[in-house]
Design a protein around this ligand. Structure first.
Ligand code: ADP
Ligand code: MG
Ligand code: MG
Length: 889
């Protein structure tokens, strides 16, 4: 195997091997863009190193060969005393992991070559600045020295000189600082800063490999569900210098606004600076547009390159560049992160520009982003006290108590508080706190700062760079320009879509996207409408592409109507248990307590018209669309009063010598019906088989309701679904009775009802014997909640809170199997049962109800295994429609 690729050898499709940064550096090189030459060490080399603890034997020689070629091409040698070649050693995994991995710049500088660099550049200050940066970065990331020690020394030097920014330190100051830094390294790392350039490079490469398994990197991967075994590539890139004076600088840019999608000039630029300076907020950057005045030639070239990149990647790109004495260099590009709203807008903009087609547009957005757009926002009518305004970095409306450090954020959120994490700027140490917070507010940094990038990735509300707000983390307070002070624990509200920060809690209102789905808003001209327009078009693309139909889980006419507005093509699950609650509880109690046949029949007779009315309303709401009604499923004790409460009532009545015969009978019934393990007890079809007349009454109510709708010239399409079936015999018995009742109703009303009867597949045995069950079922609906419980042997209510975090942390699964279907286990049962069912009955209708029906990943799986529809809660319907479209394109 080949472990090292020159930038001229790779391309953008080799991200697995070269990492994102390396693949794109190669792509830009081959596009003829100005990229400083270099090479990439593959993720394969990293994996060998991580597995065995040693670098692969061939790696050293390959690196030597590529370094030699690089030196040849540049006409100077790494660290050469009189004319040194300097390089950066940069990590770059397949997925960008902002701030997680470590990059070391200026490798090759030593006590000797720093002199050479000074002469070569004709700038002593620059050479010593570069050297102190090397020792600082190398000390921190390679030798593990506490970074603050260097920062403090730098601050002390500035203070001693009574200056505020680092550019005001001269060569002599920086030279002294280098001596200080070397001392820090010696004391803290117990070794001298290495003077041998190759040793510097090799140690840095190893450090990049090691950083893959750093705690923060691991945490980020868990959060983002990035596999732990990918490894990182390492890029060795010849240095270009933005710190060579005012005609040099470094910047970041987006080819369009990552928050709105609008085309324009977006980015930040910092003169006389190197590397991270621009995002670290150590000096104030200028907006990219100002580069036009500073260096028109480089600005024009950059605009040209940005256009080339957009047309080439056919997407928004983000870019890192450096200008060295008027010469522009490209140091990184990648398809840029963006807000959910921008994703929809950009996708449709690119379709309009003819760069991508509809199918591709669907790949540019996700159901998760759509879900994010359906979040509520702040009420614009509300009376608010604005504290200030920062940069809208990641949208959403977040309200919480102000906290000023990560530790407090985590602690308070664990105890159920909603918090807003306020920092001057964030760094990787704040990750825990960012996860715990509702939103993040910083007073420094732009759209490309750590806080902004990470928050966008997490879908968390973030306002950054609110410079007018003075953040004092030591005293735990924030001071607004008007003098208003927010102390730790005070409520604040931040708007990640406008960048505004408010005192106190601001009420929230529904999102325009939801208003649109509800039919209360249509396309137009202002900002919200532009988004609505984009969503509208993308949904149309998805609806055209998808094969899966999308139904709703809805129990009443109101939910059904809402689901219909959201695009539901039927009801996949109507639970009938709610029809037994409220006022009707008493009737159910009587049914359960009935001593005689007549008593039981009487209470059923009273329930019948009530049930029928529910169904008539539902069929009317869903006229012309299928409505799957599940017969009673939960254990009966759920309809009886709580055992403790009842015992108290009985005891009280006894003490007061009041009549309490009914309570006593109820209590006995509760005891009788008590189950150790209700989830696996008397429920579902088992109820229908042991409580005479119960299912019969429900089937009759459905049939009579359908007949009534027919008589009213409606088009009812009821499907009767039997829950928790484990064997075909259960289904046959229920079915026989149901067929009889339906025939009776048809006879009595003269209507032809065509009611389909089917079953849920939610027990492993049902899935395993699906071929037999299909003989008695016209449709299957996979109940993946119960199926997951029974396949894993997990009781959902118990395990999620108790040991799932441990499982997730240990990586046993990347996501809860209740959230995303477990393809290998539960999924393979679904797949086999679908096949077996269809083998028996080719026109068997297949669907899924349960939360997985609205989960993006799972929808793709259900598409792949050939189900006919997914059913989910009304609110998730747009997400399911979109993902079904994405799955099919
Ligand atoms: P990250 O993944 O954290 O962005 P990078 O590898 O991109 O890390 O490098 C960090 C900073 O150093 C970036 O601003 C980048 O542009 C800059 N940089 C990296 N390599 C070079 C180089 N060869 N010359 C000049 N600047 C560089
Ligand atoms: Mg970078
Ligand atoms: Mg179930």
């Amino acid at each position: 195997v080949k472990f090292v690729y020159d930038f001229t050898e790779g391309n953008k499709d080799l991200k697995d091997l070269l990492g994102g940064k390396g693949a794109n550096l190669a792509e830009m090189t081959n596009l003829g863009l100005p990229v400083p030459p270099g090479f990439t060490i593959t993720t394969e080399a990293c994996k060998v190193y991580l597995d065995s603890g040693e670098e692969p034997a061939a790696l050293r020689d390959e690196v030597s060969a590529h370094l030699a070629a690089l030196e040849e091409g540049m006409g100077k040698k790494l660290g050469q005393a009189d004319n040194p070649l300097l390089v950066s050693v940069r990590s770059g995994a397949k997925f960008s992991m902002p701030g997680m991995m470590d990059t070391v710049l200026n490798i090759g500088l030593s006590d000797k070559s720093v002199q050479g660099l000074a002469k070569q550049a004709g700038d002593e200050r620059f050479a010593w600045d570069s050297y102190r940066r090397l020792i600082q970065m190398f000390g921190k990331t390679v030798l593990g020295v506490e970074g603050d020690l260097f920062e403090d020394a730098l601050d002390a030097a500035k203070k001693a000189k009574k200056v505020t920014v680092d550019t005001e330190l001269d060569a002599a100051d920086l030279k002294k600082l280098v001596t200080k830094f070397k001392k820090i390294v010696k004391t803290e790392a117990g070794r001298d800063f290495p003077q041998d350039p190759r040793e510097q490079m090799d140690l840095a490469i190893k450090a990049v490999f090691d950083s893959w398994n750093g705690e923060r990197a691991k945490l980020y991967r868990r959060q983002e569900r990035i596999p732990h075994d990918l490894g990182t590539a390492v890029n060795v890139c010849s240095m270009v210098f933005g710190n060579l004076g005012p005609d040099s600088g470094t910047g970041v840019a987006f080819t369009r606004d990552p928050a709105s999608g609008h085309q324009g000039v977006y980015g930040d630029y910092l003169q006389n600076a190197q590397g991270e300076d621009v995002v670290a907020g150590i000096r104030n950057t200028v907006p990219l547009a100002e580069l036009e005045q500073i260096d028109k030639k480089s600005y024009d070239r950059l605009m040209q390159i940005m256009e080339t990149l957009e047309n080439h990647y056919k997407d928004l790109c983000d870019i890192e560049f450096t200008i060295e004495r008027g010469q522009l260099w490209m140091l990184q590009t990648r398809v840029g992160k963006r807000t959910a709203g921008a994703a929809f807008r950009i996708a449709t903009q690119l379709v309009d520009q003819g760069l991508i087609d509809e199918a591709e547009a669907l790949q540019r957005v996700t159901g998760a982003q759509l879900a994010q757009l359906m979040f509520p926002r702040f009420d614009e009518q509300a009376k608010v006290e604005q504290l200030g305004r920062g940069i809208a970095a990641s949208p959403g409306a977040a309200v919480g108590k102000a906290v000023f450090d990560s530790y407090t954020a985590v602690k308070w959120s664990r105890s159920g508080e909603k918090v807003i994490l306020i920092r001057r700027e964030t760094n990787p140490d704040d990750l825990d706190g960012m996860i715990a917070a509702e939103g993040i507010l910083t007073s420094r940094g732009g759209k490309t700062s750590h806080a902004a990038v990470v928050a966008r990735g997490m879908g968390k509300t973030c306002v950054c760079g609110a410079e007018e707000l003075e953040v004092d983390t030591k005293r735990r307070r924030l001071t607004a320009p008007g003098g208003v002070v927010v102390e730790e624990g005070d409520l604040i509200s931040i708007d990640g879509s406008s960048g505004k920060v408010y005192l106190d809690e601001v009420p929230v209102v529904p999102s325009p996207v939801v208003e649109y789905f509800e039919g209360r808003m249509h396309a137009g001209a202002d900002d919200a409408d532009e988004l609505v327009e984009a969503v509208h078009r993308i949904m149309a693309f998805a609806d055209r592409k998808r094969r899966l139909r999308v139904r709703a889980n809805a129990d009443n006419a109101e939910d059904a109507l809402r689901a219909r507005r959201f695009g539901a093509q039927g009801i996949g699950l109507c639970r009938t248990e709610h029809m037994f609650l409220g006022d009707r509880r008493e009737l159910v109690e009587r049914l359960i307590l009935a001593d005689t046949e007549t008593e039981r029949e009487d209470s059923l007779k009273e329930l019948l018209p009530l049930q029928k009315k529910d169904f008539v309303e539902l069929f009317e709401a869903m006229d012309g669309l299928p409505v799957t009604i599940r017969l009673l499923d939960p254990p009966l004790h759920e309809f009886l009063p709580d055992i403790t409460e009842l015992s108290v009532r009985v005891a009280l009545a006894e003490a007061r010598q009041e009549p309490h015969e009914n309570e006593l009978r109820l209590l006995q019934a509760v005891h009788r019906l008590h189950e150790q393990n209700p989830m696996l007890g008397l429920r579902g079809v088992r109820l229908g088989l042991v409580i005479p007349g119960l299912f019969t009454m429900q089937v009759r109510a459905i049939a009579e309701a359908a007949a009534e709708r027919k008589a009213a010239k409606g088009d009812p399409r009821a499907e009767i679904m039997i829950p928790l079936v484990g064997t075909v015999q259960e289904l046959e018995i229920v079915r026989e009775e149901a067929d009889r009742v339906i025939a009776e109703v048809e006879e009595a009303t003269g209507a032809r009802l065509k009611l389909a009867i089917g079953t849920m597949i939610e027990l492993p045995r049902a899935a395993l014997t699906a071929g037999q069950i299909a003989e008695a079922a016209e449709f299957f609906s996979f109940g993946t909640n119960d199926l997951t419980q029974t396949v894993w042997g997990f009781s959902r209510d118990d395990v999620e809170a108790s040991f799932f975090t441990a499982y997730l942390e240990k990586g046993i699964f990347g996501v809860s199997p209740f959230e995303t279907i477990d393809r290998d286990g539960v999924g393979s049962l679904v797949k086999a049962a679908a096949q077996a069912g269809r083998a028996t009955r080719p026109d068997l209708k297949l669907g899924v109800c349960g939360e997985h029906g609205g989960d993006p990943e799972s929808v793709h799986f259900f598409h792949e295994v050939g189900l006919d529809y997914v059913s989910c809660s009304p609110f998730r319907i747009p997400v399911a429609r979109l993902e079904a479209g994405r799955a099919a394109s």
